[in-house]
Design a protein around this ligand. Structure first.
Ligand code: URA
Length: 236
C-alpha cells in the first residue's frame, strides 16, 4: 500500500501519537517483488503432511459446499488466507463483493484498514490467519441469517481446531455475538478478554464501521493493544 495512504489511516486512528516504538512496522522498500515468497507459502511447507492434508480437504469441502442458498449467488467461496501456523486468528462476518470476486477475506476498503491496524500492532497480514463466520457472500451484504451461520459453523470450528490459535480477534458485532453466543451489544463485548474453547478472544470494532466513525478508531487501537498484551502475557 502507498505509504501516504498508510499514514493517513494510522493518523486517523490516532496511532502516530502513541504507538510504542516496538510496534512500529518494519517496511522493506528495497525487497524486489519478483523474489517475494509469501510467508503463507513458506509456512505451508512447514506444516506436517497430515495437517496440510486436513487443511486441503477442508478447503476443498468448503469450495463445493451447497448447504445453503448462498451457493447459488456466490462467485466463489472465501475460505480464509494467511499463515496456517499462526498465533492470531482473525474472524470477520462474511465476504463482501470484493472478497467474493477475489476469493480472499478482507480485501476491500475495510480490509485495507484491517491490514493497516494489524500492521500498526506489529503484525503482517501473512503472519495471521484471516477468515469469516460465513464462507459465502450474502447478497447485497445483508446480515447473515441464523441458518447460514449454523450451516457454516462446522467449517469455522474445524479451522479453529486445525490452527490452534493463541488468540482470536472477533471483528465486528456479528462475529463477536456469533462466536460468544450472545446478544450483548459490541460496546459491552469490547474491552474484555473472553474465552472460546480455552482460547482468549478479543472483540474489535469492524473496520467498515471505523471508516464511518472516526471517533471510535482510538478504541479499536486500544482493543488491538489488549489482544497484543494478552498474547504476550500468555507467552509468559
Ligand atoms: N467484512 C467482513 O466481515 N469480512 C470480509 O471478508 C470483508 C468485509
Amino acid at each position: 500500500m502507498d505509504n501516504s495512504i498508510r499514514l493517513e489511516y494510522l493518523q486517523a486512528m490516532g496511532i502516530d501519537v502513541w504507538i510504542p516504538r516496538t510496534f512500529m512496522p518494519v517496511v522493506s522498500e528495497s525487497e524486489p517483488e519478483a523474489d517475494a515468497v509469501t510467508k503463507e507459502e513458506t509456512t505451508e511447507l512447514e506444516l506436517p503432511t497430515n495437517l496440510l492434508g486436513a487443511w486441503v480437504d477442508l478447503e476443498t469441502e468448503v469450495a463445493s459446499c451447497t448447504k445453503c442458498n448462498l451457493c447459488q449467488t456466490r462467485t466463489q467461496t472465501v475460505f480464509g488466507t494467511g499463515n496456517k501456523t499462526a498465533d492470531w486468528m482473525i474472524i470477520g462476518e462474511a465476504p463482501g463483493q470484493h472478497e467474493d470476486e477475489q476469493g480472499k477475506p478482507f480485501v476491500g476498503k475495510a480490509g485495507l484498514l484491517l491490514t493497516e491496524m494489524l500492521r500498526a500492532a506489529g503484525l503482517d497480514r501473512d503472519e495471521v490467519f484471516i477468515t469469516n463466520i460465513l464462507k459465502c457472500r450474502p447478497p447485497g451484504n445483508r446480515d447473515p441469517k441464523q441458518e447460514e451461520v449454523e450451516n457454516c459453523s462446522a467449517y469455522l470450528r474445524q479451522q479453529r481446531e486445525l490452527l490452534k490459535p493463541k488468540i482470536i480477534l472477533a471483528v465486528g458485532r456479528i462475529a463477536a455475538q456469533t462466536l460468544l453466543n450472545t446478544d450483548a451489544p459490541l460496546t459491552k463485548l469490547r474491552g474484555n478478554v473472553h474465552t472460546l474453547d480455552g482460547v482468549p478472544l478479543v472483540v474489535v470494532y469492524h473496520p467498515a464501521y471505523l471508516l464511518r466513525s472516526l471517533l471510535e478508531k482510538r478504541k479499536a487501537w486500544q482493543d488491538l493493544q489488549l489482544a497484543v498484551q494478552t498474547v504476550k502475557n500468555n507467552k509468559g
